[in-house]
Design a protein around this ligand. Structure first.
Ligand code: KG4
Ligand code: ZN
Length: 359
């Protein structure tokens, strides 16, 4: 079974062709980083416009690279949400048009489910398939969720962030300190040069669901840390650097970042990782998970990967390769196969949705 998948929920226009839940024939991702970088975050109106520009060439390239004729496709899969509605509409409308013109079924995929299935697909490719029930931690720019995943595709929410997503916290901290967007990869690369115990950020204590996350307190603690110091010199130096190099290397960032700031970033990262893994371990233990899946943009974090390998997560841990942990369309195809097998097709009236609750 061959599926063409399209993803346009945020700031990446992506298309992929995947065969039989395992063989990635092509994966094309057009990033809009250069468009949004200078604003320190994704600008929804610009994102929709860039998707419109990219969608036709990206899908065409995915089909060409796969040597896949349109007639050979079993179905067209597309992200219906959650995400920016204007961005989602571009991929969804294009997918509907294609499905209608080719008389092929349309499969509407939830973006977060896609992040989970990217790991399931890759674990199968590696010959160490995920066992079920699995605990999935999805941590990205828009989401930080814990799910229980069943072998039949059933997914139940166990916990979620009450405020910022983990990736959002990374991006906001990076923006506050004058680093580029997205902040996650920059902080990830700087952290190994710092002392993660230098700034004693405290773990969040909350009433209610012990599997819920919260990152806004940590973000505020970073803000307080910056307010207590004169950072004007280093902020100016980073502004100048960004003006000259839109995407500086880590050596260039280090040259304009004093050790105290690197230590604070390492401490921030250590706290985020501790929070993520502590709750994942708790959830995995409670549900008797046979595998732990860690996915979403933040799953490409090297510190998180190293810590997860050492942590007692109660079950084997599965990550995707870094290329499949940030947004792509392979993950949308991966989630679509089960739906195709179960005949869960969407009709052409399917609407995009912005939040997880409406999936
Ligand atoms: O999954 P993704 O590509 O898009 C969303 O669905 O949000 O995730 C993007 C997020 C951004 O917030 C980015 O800063 C974060 O993932 N991210 C990272 C790393 N790479 C990307 N966060 C921490 N460490 C990284 N290496
Ligand atoms: Zn994502």
């Amino acid at each position: 079974m061959r599926i063409l998948a399209i993803e346009s929920s945020c700031d990446e226009t992506a298309a992929a062709v995947v065969d039989d839940e395992i063989e990635i024939l092509s994966s094309v991702v057009a990033s809009q980083l250069d468009t949004h970088g200078k604003y320190g975050g994704v600008v929804p109106e610009l994102a929709s416009r860039e998707h419109l520009r990219a969608i036709v060439p990206v899908v065409r390239l995915a089909l060409d690279e796969a040597h896949a004729a349109l007639e050979t496709l079993h179905a067209i899969a597309v992200t219906a949400g959650p995400g920016l509605v204007g961005s989602l509409l571009v991929g969804l409308t294009y997918a509907k048009g294609l499905a209608f013109a080719l008389s092929k079924p349309l499969i509407a995929v939830n973006h977060i489910e896609g992040h989970i299935y990217a790991v399931i697909l890759e674990s199968r490719r590696k010959g160490t398939p995920v066992e079920f029930p699995a605990l999935a931690l999805v941590a990205s720019g828009g989401h930080t969720h814990l799910f229980r995943v069943e072998p039949d595709g059933g997914i139940a929410l166990l916990g979620r962030t009450r405020d910022d997503a983990a990736g959002e916290a990374y991006d906001k901290v990076a923006k506050l300190l004058g680093f580029g967007y997205p902040g996650g990869p920059i902080i990830d690369q700087l952290a190994p040069f710092g002392n993660g115990r230098a700034v004693p950020f405290t773990a969040v204590r909350m009433k209610g669901n012990p599997l819920d996350f919260s990152f806004s307190g940590l973000k505020t603690a970073v803000l307080r840390w910056t307010e207590a110091r004169d950072l004007s010199g280093e902020l100016a130096a980073r502004r100048e650097l960004l003006a000259v190099h839109p995407r500086p290397t880590i050596e260039q960032w280090r040259a304009v970042t004093p050790q105290a700031t690197v230590d604070m970033l390492a401490s921030f990262q250590r706290t985020v990782i501790d929070e993520l893994l502590r709750r994942a371990a708790l959830a995995a233990g409670e549900m008797g998970a046979r595998a732990v899946i860690i996915s979403g943009g933040v799953a490409s974090n090297q510190g998180l990967r190293a810590a997860a390998a050492k942590a007692d997560l109660q079950a084997p841990v599965h990550f995707t390769t870094r290329a499949l942990s940030t947004d792509n369309a392979v993950m949308i195809a991966a989630a679509a196969f089960g739906k195709a097998r179960r005949g869960e097709y969407a009709d052409l009236g399917v609407a995009p949705y912005s939040t997880l609750n409406r999936s």
